[in-house]
Write a protein that binds this ligand. Structure first.
Ligand code: NAD
Length: 269
């Protein structure tokens, strides 16, 4: 048995959960020691490898996060906002690094995550991929370089099952654009225009969301000026980019001081 940090994956049967389990099972830097699903789920009590339609991996899916986290040095969590807030308190109690990929978190959720981060390491990012985190930095720099008469629009596309909009990534990009421009996103944000909207408000940052099929995730940041347009684009074609970022964050978090971190910290950007 190697002494790599023990990892628990929550939301084990989800799109991201299964991608994480596949990658973690083949890793020699982290050891998969637990898988959590919601109470009543058909996978509870089954070996997670078999539940995924493959060979057994020796980890049984549980609905008891506290018991699972007690064996772990890291928890990777791509679930739902209410579940994530509950996991943050339990992971802090177990002193496990909590990597949060869940999006759609609101102010109340964020306050409870900040409270948990007083006692444990939390790494949270609306997007865990290297490419998107570079895009965030580029967006901030371009917004800083251009005058406010360049209109900023963020267009994102995701699969038909996604429940929140704009995406967590689109909001990260909006925050970066607002920061580059020296304004607050909440004051500048305009989402989903429809009907007689009137002319575009000067200095606003617009968001549009497309939902369909199995699109993994696409984001365009459009800077539209008079006579020219600059478009920064990221296209995700495989969920493993998020899972690899999350596994990297779980390792990076080992030995860090308690607090809330993001992928910029992990990637050294
Ligand atoms: P999904 O619906 O396929 O999976 C979510 C899983 O969480 C489900 O299996 C569900 O049963 C489980 N779950 C819900 N409540 C639970 C609870 N209380 N206990 C245990 N398990 C619970 O969704 P997905 O596509 O895997 O995405 C999950 C989240 O991750 C979403 O918020 C999505 O926006 C986000 N996401 C973030 C990134 C990133 O890089 N940060 C990338 C992709 C997806």
């Amino acid at each position: 048995m190697n002494n790599a940090p023990g990892l628990v994956v929550t939301g084990a049967s989800g799109r991201m959960g299964q991608t994480l389990i596949r990658l973690a099972s083949g890793s020699d830097r982290l050891r998969l020691v637990g898988c959590v699903e919601r109470a009543g789920h058909a996978w509870i009590g089954r070996d997670v490898g078999e539940a995924m339609g493959g060979a057994p991996v020796g980890v049984v899916v549980t609905d008891d996060p506290l018991e699972a986290f007690a064996k772990a040095q890291a928890v990777i969590d791509f679930t739902s906002p209410d579940a994530t807030v509950a996991f943050a308190a339990l992971a802090a109690q177990a002193r496990a690094v909590h990597v949060i990929g869940t999006t759609g978190l609101e102010a109340g959720h964020l306050a409870r995550i900040a409270a948990a981060a007083r006692h444990a390491v939390i790494v949270r990012a609306g997007n865990m991929s290297l490419g998107v985190n570079l895009l965030v930095r580029l967006t901030q720099k371009v917004a800083q370089a251009l005058e406010a008469d360049w209109d900023i629009e963020i267009v994102e596309a995701h699969h038909r099952m996604k429940v929140d909009a704009p995406s967590g990534t689109a909001l990260m990009l909006g925050e970066a654009a607002a920061m580059g421009r020296g304004v607050a996103l909440e004051a500048a944000r305009v989402s989903g225009r429809d009907g007689i909207t009137g002319a575009r408000a000067h200095g606003s940052i617009g968001f549009s969301a497309i939902r369909g099929g199995d699109i993994v995730g696409e984001h365009d940041v459009i800077f539209a000026g008079a006579g020219e347009r600059l478009i920064l684009r990221h296209v995700a074609t495989d969920r493993s980019i998020f899972a690899r970022g999350a596994l990297r964050a779980a390792l990076w978090g080992q030995g860090q001081k308690p607090g809330e971190y993001d992928m910029m910290d992990v990637l050294g950007l």
